[in-house]
Design a protein around this ligand. Sequence first.
Ligand SMILES: C[S@@+](CC[C@H](N)C(=O)[O-])C[C@H]1O[C@@H](n2cnc3c(N)ncnc32)[C@H](O)[C@@H]1O
Length: 305
Amino acid sequence: MSQFDPLPLDDSFYRVHPHLLPTTPLTASQDDKVALVREETGIQDPAALKQHIIAVQKRAYAVKSFLCIRYFRFAWEQISDLPAYKEVLKLGRERDGALLLDIGCCCGADIRKVARDGWPTEKLIAIDLFADFWDVGHELFCSTPETFPVAFLPGDVLDPTFLKPVVPLISATQLTDSSLPSLASLTSLTPLNGHLSVIHVSSVFHLLSEPDQIQLAHSLAGLLSPLPGSLILGYHIAQETAGLGPLDLNRTDVRRMFCHSPESWVALWEGIFGEGMVKVEVELKKFGIRDGVDPSWLIWSVQRI
Ligand SMILES: C[S@@+](CC[C@H](N)C(=O)[O-])C[C@H]1O[C@@H](n2cnc3c(N)ncnc32)[C@H](O)[C@@H]1O
């Protein structure tokens, strides 16, 4: 097997309670990661549910062999484990017309969780490099574009014709485009600059080189609404000291991953928005050895003050 061949799938990684992001305290519903697929599909029998998820996993892995698929994270939503998730739901409840974007959504488990927890589906949008993941997501959750009508856009967040990086807005008065196109009619993310109340981006930054991470951070800041409370949140691989970390764990490249530290991550966002303009919260955690590697994960949020 060459270093670029996908690692073989292994059913023993299937867990009902994977504890990937053990925030404190876990609620009963957070602890049951198959709950979302069970509730959405109606498949109650644990063995049938496992069989269904394993069958879909094969199709997802054939699209692109990401480790999040190998470890079944593509099916377990993780967004509700993030400490800032309560702020996400609060914005959805309290801000009129609030929009939420999921960057690198894969099969869409996280955005389905947000929809299940009350965000109107017409105010949600997901994007990914691989359109096929969205179709596999419909298979996983036994839905169709009609029964789950969240807008999905295929695209590369690093492509300026898909997402043009702009300087973050300082005040709502700078928002000139009050008549946003409907999310379903968008062909790029650029018209949404300055309009997003929440941006979720998990397990994406560590796939990118250091300059690309900086570009993406600037682009996300440009997308964020200037209203106080607007939020970007996620998690990804990081380490105590910023610099090159483990080899790309997805085996797509021989490069070593560029890993931020908690300090460099805070400095990056404060540098983009200006000191005192955002509250940046970070936590570095270990979740256990996988494929011989024991990475640390940065769980973070950036919120407009
Ligand atoms: C490791 S998966 C994580 C999926 C999901 N966010 C999660 O937390 O489980 C990374 C996802 O980001 C997508 N992605 C990677 N680079 C991207 C880019 N430049 N533009 C858009 N999506 C990208 C991949 O296709 C993949 O679905």
